[in-house]
Ligand binder design. Structure first.
Ligand code: NAD
Length: 458
């Protein structure tokens, strides 16, 4: 294992400085090649995701499809996104023109997480390529089949100037972080996000940190409880809760508590049958270690557990049942750490203010906020009083599928956004270019003090 990655970074940087990644033709060709890679080897990618995560075929296929759509969208929108944005120029500076150009950073590092190991490596890579950067991609070591797929297939389709792939675990990640990059895009936990931010600070490297947190699903008194339950269970079951924007816990108005718990249980049965462990639509924990963390959380949770089916948690099969934990005590670890699995605590509140205070006490800047209500003013009020990177009224998780919206966190859930043009923006900086006429200017006749006053904004 190399102890440093300076040579690799230098090779990427030299290619970037030669202008190898800059033309629109090159960028478009790389994006089209990425689409071809995914279309040619879709089955292989789906098999890798199934082997790494036990993902149902529809979920795994969705990850590939989203990446293809994102790459196609970038390839066809590139010219528009890259067009300089003209800006007005003060009379004293005439004749000249001013524009903002979206400029690439240079050699970028992308570090991926395990939970959507293909899509969350390729989405930022697409933004980086579209922007004209040279990229080193490090997928998660916890999903080795997907990492191997990327390591094998990317060099066969993309040029080494556009992207190189390095696989490995924490040591590799740390060695990469010790290297000086022009931009770092990290997706993962807030704990490792802090490590990345410290390493980046050493070189004053800008970052995008796509982190996690505890996303509340708030069910207000006016909500349609049956519909809320269906949408919450659907979102929580996706990748068995290993989704950064999964509803982490439910906060329900006490008047709706009994009805909601009954509806959530009924929905678990309706979606996955009487014996959910036999359902082909329910995934598994990624590793035994992740299963063990869930088992420990469950053992220490307090509250009343409710689940469907007779199968107990199965360590060997990494099967953790979807489990409601009704009214855990306020000190429960379920209400402190990000769950990132199929456990769903349900907590009641008696007033709107109490709901706001509870959210702020658990995680004041979650990646997502969900509110179920028929009362528009109440929804607006919650949006105003609770910060979050993203929010959905009357559903969960759909914001990630709405590609016109930026996707990212705030505070401890991170900073920087992805999706379509937003990814392009993240992988570029606004470069101001003022272009004066080589010979003529109107201020030749203006006395020096007046020129200087104008230059300093006077
Ligand atoms: P993680 O932070 O454990 O690992 C992410 C990456 O960091 C991996 O590639 C890993 O090799 C590397 N890494 C791990 N420990 C490291 C260390 N000590 N030093 C340097 N690098 C290290 O995250 P994970 O478990 O793969 O993913 C789950 C987390 O990611 C959850 O918190 C989830 O909410 C978050 N997440 C956020 C988003 C988002 O878009 N905001 C998306 C997916 C996941």
């Amino acid at each position: 294992m190399p102890t440093n990655y300076n040579d690799l970074r230098d090779a990427l940087k030299q290619g970037f400085e030669r202008g190898a990644c800059s033309s629109l033709t090159f960028r478009r060709a790389q994006l089209v090649a990425l689409v071809a890679m995914l279309e040619d080897h879709k089955d292989e990618a789906v098999a890798a995701l199934a082997s790494d995560m036990g993902r149902p075929a529809a979920e795994a296929g969705g990850e590939v499809a989203v990446s293809i759509r994102e790459a196609k969208d970038a390839a066809s929108s590139l010219e528009r996104w890259s067009a300089p944005e003209p800006k007005p120029v003060h009379l004293m500076m005439q004749p000249s023109h001013a524009a903002v150009r979206r400029s690439p950073y240079g050699a970028c590092l992308i570090i991926g997480p395990y939970n959507y190991p293909l899509m969350l490596c390729l989405e930022p890579l697409i933004g980086a390529i579209a922007a004209g950067n040279a990229t080193l991609l490090k997928p998660s070591e916890l999903t080795p089949a997907t990492a191997a797929f990327l390591e094998k297939r990317i060099p066969a389709y993309l040029t080494a100037e556009a992207c190189r792939v390095v696989t490995g675990g924490v040591e590799v990640s740390q060695a990469l972080l010790a290297t000086q990059w022009d931009f770092i895009y990290f997706t993962g936990s807030p704990r490792v996000g802090r490590i990345v931010a410290k390493a980046a600070a050493e070189h004053l490297t800008p970052t995008a940190l796509e982190l996690g947190g505890k996303a509340p699903a708030v069910v207000l008194s006016s909500a349609d409880v049956g519909e809320a339950a269906r949408r919450i269970v659907n979102a929580k079951a996706l990748n068995v809760g290993q989704t950064c924007i999964a509803p982490d816990y439910v906060l329900v108005d006490r008047s709706q508590h009994t009805a909601l718990v009954a509806a959530l249980t009924a929905e678990m049965r309706a979606m996955f049958g009487d014996e959910p462990h036999a359902s082909p639509d329910l995934g598994r924990m990624c590793t035994v270690g992740h299963f063990d963390r869930m088992a420990k959380l469950l053992a220490e949770s307090g509250g009343t557990q409710r689940r469907v089916g007779s199968a107990p948690p199965d360590r060997e099969g990494k099967y953790m049942p979807l489990t409601l934990i009704d009214s855990p005590p306020s000190g429960s670890p379920l209400l402190r750490e990000e769950i990132f699995g199929p456990l769903l605590p349900v907590v009641t509140f008696d007033s709107f203010d109490e709901a706001v205070e509870t959210i702020r006490g658990i995680d004041s800047t979650p990646l997502a906020l969900y509110v179920f209500t028929a009362d528009t003013a109440a929804a607006e009020s919650l949006l105003q009083r609770v910060q979050s990177g993203t929010a959905v009224v009357n559903d969960c998780v759909l914001q990630h599928m709405c590609h016109s919206l930026p996707f990212g966190g705030v505070g401890t859930s991170g900073h920087g956004v992805c999706h379509g043009e937003w990814s392009f923006q993240t992988f570029t900086f606004p470069r101001s270019v003022l272009w004066r006429h080589a010979k003529f200017d109107v201020d030749q006749t203006v006395p020096v003090p007046a020129r200087h006053a104008a230059a300093s904004g006077g």
